[in-house]
Design a protein around this ligand. Structure first.
Ligand SMILES: *Cc1c(COP(=O)(O)O)cnc(C)c1O
Length: 435
């Protein structure tokens, strides 16, 4: 399978090239040239298949030409070595719990797959070293660092804003060592992201070292997120719900997660429609209302992994629907909630249903509660474990919550990070010295 750029001004590339480049040279996002259609027989068999069996068939349809089948099978199995249960929260409403992986967030799936894919391609290119740069406000850095830990031929640089990341999150990428380097930037998350973007544009750096990104602009990070939509569907059908009335609701920031779902639908998964649930960062919501896309500066919310003012995968959403505003509106509806509304939903769901949401899941659960038709079944993506947002969640429910053992384990190890200013020259020298 070849990959083309959504901006249409770069040559088509192989999967390997799309992964090591991240962004296309024309600043577009890479998309598979076509979406292979899965058979009706495959869809019928889903309820009898295991997560890794169905994920392998989906992966084979997309990546089968580019990776040896045995290796692909191993990559899929190693990626998905934790459960992704569908849990009933209320009538017609289910939570797809994506937080049972090593860093307790859905980003584990994409990060683990991408790391193993890069390791596979590196085996064919023994002398190359790929440098992954990642700016994080918490979740991305931990998932990427843990996913790539110990992978041959890959070095990871995690940039995070000093004093603005919770202790637990910081421990997840500053205590690992080996091929993971943490950079503590004296600045904001936006400063970290600017440093990474500048690095990708710097020709001297690009000549000196291979640089790529591991956020959802990377095809190897976002496409594997398709797997769990199939699995959620299979579990819902097994539980007896009407297979033609399934609605997915996705708490969205950069829109990588929902885009994977939209592609699953194009490949044949019977999804009735999607809801993109947003916090106060309402850019997509406004697009649906007006047909105009107007990026804004992000505003800070309690669902902070969704504080995005210019969603990077918007270009892919537009591209998937051939630029048709009407077709986008037919498949996707949107909503936006304030911090007060998020807190209220989190508290009420805990008190009345006995289910503890994290702030991101709460945005999506509220959207289902307000927007689902009686005949529909809603599945929302619970993207992180509530304990990752301990202070916020405890403040809302007025109770202490327990931190899972595997999260606590990170706090036992010694923190190692490299303090830098937000100055690009300093960052560039650091990269050149540490390559
Ligand atoms: C990253 C993240 C999101 C947003 O996902 P996108 O793919 O950027 O839309 C939502 N919830 C949590 C917990 C996240 O870490």
């Amino acid at each position: 399978m070849k990959y083309r750029s959504t901006a249409g001004k770069s040559p088509e590339v192989s999967l390997d090239e799309a992964v090591v480049k991240g962004l296309a040279p024309d600043k577009g996002l890479y998309m598979p040239l076509s979406f292979p259609k899965l058979t009706d027989d495959f869809i019928m068999r889903l309820p009898e298949m295991s997560l890794s069996e169905m994920a392998y068939e989906v992966a084979y349809a997309l990546f089968g030409e580019d990776i040896d089948p045995e290796a692909l099978k191993r990559i899929v199995e190693e990626t998905l070595n934790f459960p992704i249960p569908l849990v009933k929260v209320d009538d017609n409403k289910y939570s797809l719990e994506l937080f049972h992986g090593p860093t307790l967030a859905f980003k584990d799936v994409g990060a683990r797959f991408m790391a193993r894919l890069l390791a596979y391609f590196n085996r064919e290119n023994q002398d190359r070293i790929v440098n992954v740069l990642v700016a994080t406000s918490g979740d991305t850095g931990s998932a990427v660092a843990n996913g790539f830990l110990g992978v041959d031929g890959v070095r990871v640089f995690v940039l995070y804003p000093k004093g603005k990341v919770s202790k637990i999150q910081e421990a997840q990428f500053t205590t690992l060592g080996q091929n993971i380097t943490a950079i503590e930037v004296d600045g904001t998350f936006d400063d970290c992201q600017t440093l990474v973007k500048q690095a990708f544009l710097d020709s001297e750096l690009k000549d000196a070292m291979m640089l790529t990104s591991a956020n959802s602009i990377n095809v190897a990070r976002f496409l594997p997120q398709m797997f769990y939509y199939f699995y959620a569907y299979a579990q819902a059908v097994k539980a007896g719900v009407d297979a033609s009335e399934i609605v997915f609701c996705v708490p969205s920031g950069n829109f990588g997660n929902i885009t994977a779902g939209l592609i699953a639908k194009q490949m044949g998964l019977p999804v009735k429609r999607f809801i993109a649930a947003n916090n106060a960062n309402d850019i997509f919501y406004n697009y649906l209302l007006t047909g105009k896309y107007t990026p804004k500066k992000s505003v800070q919310t309690i669902a902070n992994a969704m504080d995005v003012g210019d969603p990077s995968n918007f270009a892919r959403v537009i591209d998937l629907y051939g630029n048709s505003y009407d077709n986008i509106r037919k498949d996707i509806s949107g909503t936006t909630y304030s911090d007060n509304e998020i807190s209220e939903t989190l508290l009420n769901t805990f008190k009345k249903k006995g289910y503890l949401l994290d702030p991101h899941g709460a945005v999506a659960f509220r959207a289902l509660s307000e927007m689902l038709e009686p005949e529909e079944t809603g599945i929302f993506l619970e993207t992180a474990h509530p304990a990752k947002f301990k202070e916020t969640v405890e403040h809302i429910i007025g109770e202490e919550i327990t931190i899972p053992e595997r999260l606590m384990a990170f706090l036992k190890n010694e923190k190692k990070s490299n303090p830098l200013s937000a100055d690009f020259g300093e960052f560039k020298n650091f990269l050149l010295k540490n390559r």
